[in-house]
Design a protein around this ligand. Structure first.
Ligand SMILES: Cc1cc2nc3c(=O)[nH]c(=O)nc-3n(C[C@H](O)[C@H](O)[C@H](O)COP(=O)(O)O)c2cc1C
Length: 220
């Protein structure tokens, strides 16, 4: 073969190989870039999600440090619970029992007395998830026979409130707090039980001033 022809063939081959190499290199790069971009956009979606999650978590824990939990049959204690909630925020939950209490007042009075004599622990329908997240628990109940209704004892038996602050509030017909803060303390020896608030049942819906004074004294 003529040397000139051979040189031309070799030159064409070199150009073809070089061209293919450049094409492949550029193509791979752009794929890599695309996949990087995809990864980046996935990552940014994830990090947005994470940001959202952490925002939610922050909100949940900020809003959830205080729990108002109460038992109420005729709505007086509930009214005070709502006033507290309006002022301090946090979570609020009403304790409901599995069995229903008698509607008629005298039947209820007898039923509650019997429960107390038996030192009963009526089963709660209400379940509180993640009680560990709360630092302060406002605990509300009516005065029943000079003590807390037995579902409150079930609540105190069910949850370990060690290290938490418990702020008791009661509505009553003349007996005030009775010995209920001391009873809470003996049920939860490792909790800090604050001074309690006692509101006449008949004043419950108009008790904003007393509630606010009490909350201020507790630092709220
Ligand atoms: C079963 C029962 C027992 C009660 N015992 C007392 C009592 O010993 N002393 C008292 O001051 N009030 C007593 N009361 C009145 C309630 O404490 C009062 O009406 C309270 O505000 C009711 O709260 P609630 O509407 O959240 O259920 C009793 C009421 C009931 C139904």
């Amino acid at each position: 073969m003529n040397k000139k022809v051979l040189a031309v063939i070799v030159a064409i081959l070199i150009i073809a190989v070089a061209g293919a190499a450049i094409y492949m290199f550029t193509g791979n790069n752009s794929e890599t870039n695309n996949s990087n971009n995809n990864n980046q956009s996935n990552n940014s979606t994830q990090s947005n999600n994470n940001e959202n999650e952490s925002t939610e978590n922050t909100t949940a824990s900020n809003g959830g440090k205080t729990l108002i939990v109460y038992f109420s049959m005729s709505g007086n204690t509930e009214a005070v619970a709502n006033i507290i909630h309006d002022k301090v925020g946090g979570d609020i939950i009403k304790l409901e029992t599995v069995q229903t209490y008698p509607d008629e007042y005298n039947d209820l009075v007898d039923y509650a007395q019997e429960e107390q004599h038996q030192n009963a622990r009526p089963q709660l329908q209400t379940i509180i998830e993640n009680i560990d997240q709360y630092d302060t628990i406002f605990l509300g109940y009516p005065n029943w026979w000079g003590d807390m209704p037995m579902p409150i004892y079930t609540f105190l038996d069910t949850y370990d409130l060690s290290g938490k602050t418990i702020a008791p509030f009661i509505t009553h017909g003349g007996s005030g707090l009775s010995k209920t803060p001391a009873n809470i303390q003996s049920e939860e020896p490792a909790a800090y039980v604050t001074e309690g608030l006692a509101i006449y049942g008949s004043r419950a819906r108009n008790s904003e001033n007393e509630v606010n004074q009490w909350l201020s004294s507790l630092g709220f």
